[in-house]
Design a protein around this ligand. Structure first.
Ligand code: HEC
Length: 210
């Protein structure tokens, strides 16, 4: 019994020393270009999946999917997500190409995730992967709009995405209320600036969803 305990504690101490040596001698390669061995990837993916599922279980999902939500979600996605999660029909940006783990193609990946899981990941991010948390800077209503948009992605395709893009551009110039001649376009630009804070205020007004 005594020898078993001695052997066990020697193994534990040697493993700790080994770990510290790898750390302090700078032996672990933190470069993104270094591909994870399959076992490491499996451990990381499984850890993430289980952690997200557990934390998302208690989230209440509001009603999602009306056109307005998807449109608002699209605007956020274009601004906040598209640089890493390449939209349908587009080429991956240098940022997206330089990340490890690779940001998944959401039009395929979302089929494996519930709305609550999507919301949790978008709000809280994924540690040590490059996936940011948007909760500190955006309210829940805005984030649910992003979920509504992301859920609509698989059926959208490149043409659908471009259509939303054009619609958003049109919406933007209409909001200024100009008719298109030179002077009014100037006024429109100014009005466009003024619109930003109003939009924010609106979001906060209808922020009941959690
Ligand atoms: C700076 C790059 C970057 C930005 C910006 C970014 N992501 Fe990610 N995202 C990642 C990476 C990298 C992963 C892969 C994480 C992993 O494999 O563990 C990821 C993973 C995800 C996942 C899958 C998580 C899972 O549990 O499988 C979702 C969903 C997601 N991102 C949504 C979004 C949305 C929506 C936005 C915009 C609001 C966004 N991301 C912005 C880099 C980014």
């Amino acid at each position: 019994m005594k020898t078993v305990l001695m052997t066990l504690s020697t193994i534990i101490i040697l493993s700790l020393l080994g770990g510290l040596t790898v750390m302090y001698a700078g032996l672990f390669n933190v470069a993104t270009a270094w591909e994870d061995p399959a076992l490491v990837r499996w451990v990381l993916n499984t850890t993430r999946e289980k952690a997200v599922a557990r934390r998302a279980a208690s989230i209440e999902v509001p009603s999602l999917g009306d056109e307005k939500q998807v449109e608002e979600g699209f605007r956020s996605y274009r601004e906040m997500c598209a640089i890493c999660h390449t939209p349908p029909g587009a080429d991956a940006s240098p940022t997206a190409q330089g990340l490890n783990p690779e940001p998944p193609d959401l039009s395929k990946h979302v089929e494996h995730m519930s709305e609550a899981e999507l919301f949790w990941v978008i709000k809280n991010g994924v540690r040590m992967t490059g996936m940011p948390a948007w909760g500190p800077t955006h309210d829940d209503t805005e984030l649910w709009n992003v979920v509504a948009f992301v859920k609509a992605l698989p059926t959208m395709g490149g043409a659908g995405y471009r259509a939303l893009d054009q619609q958003a551009e049109k919406g933007h110039s209409h909001s200024g209320g100009g008719h298109g001649d030179e002077t009014q376009m100037g006024a429109e630009r100014e009005a466009g600036h003024d619109n930003e804070p109003h939009e924010e205020a609106e979001h906060q007004d209808d922020g009941h969803a959690h």
